[in-house]
Design a protein. Sequence first.
Length: 110
Amino acid sequence: MSAAAESPVRDPQLLRMRAARDHTRATIALINQRLARTAETRALPELPDTFGRHASDWTRRHEDQFRRFLSELTNDARHELGALRAKLQRQEAAIAAHHIRASKRKDAIA
């Protein structure tokens, strides 16, 4: 690999931007997992912990309740999730712009 091809990976600003983007993605995933866990426990609070969505005796009624609760919880968290998704879009746009600027600088040097 040439030094020019490796330089974006060594760029501390790009590394920081990627780390922030990855953190935002992880936060969104954690919120979605938390909402799903909460919806599952609310859908059937009387069932034991070993009984869950992936159990063979999970019925269509259970799934319907789960989806209803998940929809309500997602609606309640829409502002937080929307803000994080907008932040993720801005971060991805900034990373893309950084790559474009780096490419233009590379072309200007060559």
